[in-house]
Design a protein around this ligand. Sequence first.
Ligand SMILES: C[S@@+](CC[C@H](N)C(=O)[O-])C[C@H]1O[C@@H](n2cnc3c(N)ncnc32)[C@H](O)[C@@H]1O
Length: 219
Amino acid sequence: MKTVSRHSFGGNHGEPEFSISIIENMKEDYGLYVWPCSVILAEYVWQQRSRFAGTYVLEVGAGTALPGLVAAKLGANVTLTDDAIRTEVLDNMRQVCQLNRLNCQVFGLSWGVWDETLFSLHPQFILGADVLYEASAFDDLFATVSYILQNSPGSVFITTYHNRSGHHLIAFLMEKWGLKCSKLLDGFSIMPSSKASRISGNIQLAEIVPNVDAGEPRG
Ligand SMILES: C[S@@+](CC[C@H](N)C(=O)[O-])C[C@H]1O[C@@H](n2cnc3c(N)ncnc32)[C@H](O)[C@@H]1O
């Protein structure tokens, strides 16, 4: 069942500055639904808007791609990606770009797969909402993200995730992949109350960069 949800940004005391419409399909899989982590990451991009205009932004595991679309609206050059085998998710992303009249690149980028496209990506920002949800995929995700971070000096991975294990998981992954959190926030601390009341969970937002003081990643 397809529905269109509308997500507004800014203008707390009047009209929203802009809104993004997303086509969702509740009966399909993970990538066709706007997850709470995505709502929080999109809000963060909006609040940090001065950092994004004119930059190159890559979204991984984008699904319905709300954070990347907000970055595009703010004037970033945006590439939206998801698992290459999930063609229905990639097709939906293209439709959502058209619906919002946003010109983003869309293609398959499967974590842990070393194809030519990966080597040519040099974003300033990598966005990933709710991409840390299946332990068996963590190594593939971090192999890809660490490679892009190392290959794009000064870049940062900004991710939102459900915090199910205190800070142990993120600390372990940072150590393993030679990365560090340059910022770690409670996701709800940045949410306007009107939006926070519609979502639930213990969601963290982390900005992740290479740890130049660490040795080689252990992965
Ligand atoms: C929980 S959903 C989050 C979707 C979206 N970011 C959001 O927060 O609404 C996880 C996303 O990761 C994508 N994904 C899962 N495994 C992947 C892989 N191996 N490579 C690339 N994307 C993957 C899924 O297709 C899905 O879109």
